[in-house]
Design a binder for this molecule. Structure first.
Ligand code: ADP
Ligand code: MG
Length: 255
């Protein structure tokens, strides 16, 4: 079957610093693929290019059979690829429910209409969005904090809300950049189980950048290793940890 995401020769420089030097990779449908690599390898830059935040200098990004290279983020999201949004940069003063609703697919202009003027079909869509937000909150154990301000929920709940907001967009593929960073191992395990369940039940593909190797081992197959702006190798978790080239990439770069 054709891969969901097919990236070829993606190059991206910042003021002469080559962050991506020609990245080639494919992501299989319904996989949970890990991306690992030393700091500065270009993992976050790759996500920024894929999600439309930065246009690449060269290369192509094919998603679900379409050439989406250099599309802006909203357009990329509308065809089913979304990156998790860090809640700290989102809407900390809105409630958890409002944070979810903001990311539901919307028709242009409809939110500009005052409530009394909204046509019945718009009100119906709002109700559908609300039901969807409830469903997602339930699944991610966020239902008890739906009325809390996003800034007041726990670190683990913020991570879950990031995933919840991505789910609101009806994605085919979710890009998660270090979803376990800064949370305790018990919660990290719960989030990993949520990801596995969403993948199995809904067939959503995940690409996850993660430093915690125990989490990568538990979640990700295959694992892609990046170093110095390129893909070094890929394989099962065991294959890549046994690979001397991978060990050298990690030890050759000072932290
Ligand atoms: P990783 O996520 O693998 O740690 P990054 O993609 O964040 O790596 O960074 C790769 C390289 O690109 C680094 O040298 C970093 O300093 C540089 N870089 C990333 N984003 C920017 C930016 N917006 N402006 C300038 N340099 C950047
Ligand atoms: Mg990064």
């Amino acid at each position: 079957m054709e891969p969901l995401l097919d990236v070829s020769n993606v190059v991206k420089s910042f003021f002469g610093v080559r962050a991506l030097k020609g990245v080639d990779l494919v992501i299989g449908r319904e996989s949970i693929t890990g991306i690992i690599g030393p700091n500065g390898a270009g993992k976050s830059t790759l996500f920024n290019v894929l999600s439309g935040l930065y246009p690449p200098d060269a290369g192509t990004v094919l998603f679900d059979g379409q050439n989406i290279t250099s599309w802006p983020p909203e357009r990329v999201t509308s065809v089913g690829m979304v990156r998790s949004f860090q809640i700290a940069r989102g809407f900390p003063n809105l409630t958890v429910m409002e944070n979810l609703m903001v990311y539901g697919p919307r028709q242009p202009g409809e939110h500009l209409l005052p409530a009394v003027l909204r046509p019945a079909n718009v009100r119906r869509r709002e109700q559908e969005l609300e039901e969807k937000a409830y469903g997602i909150a339930e699944k991610l154990r966020l239902a008890p904090v739906l009325d809390h301000r996003a800034s007041d929920i726990s670190g683990g709940q913020k991570k879950l809300l990031e995933i919840g907001r991505a789910l609101m967009t009806d994605p085919k593929l979710i890009l998660l950049d270090e979803p376990m960073a800064g949370i305790n191992p018990v919660l990290a395990n719960e989030i990993a189980d949520d990801i596995i369940q969403i993948n199995e039940m809904e067939g959503i593909t995940f690409v996850i950048v993660e430093h915690d190797m125990a989490m990568v081992a538990k979640l990700c197959d295959p694992v892609i290793v990046m170093a110095e702006g390129r893909v070094l190798t890929s394989g099962s978790f065991q294959e890549i940890v046994d690979d001397p080239m991978v060990q050298e990439a990690y030890m050759g770069v000072s932290p």
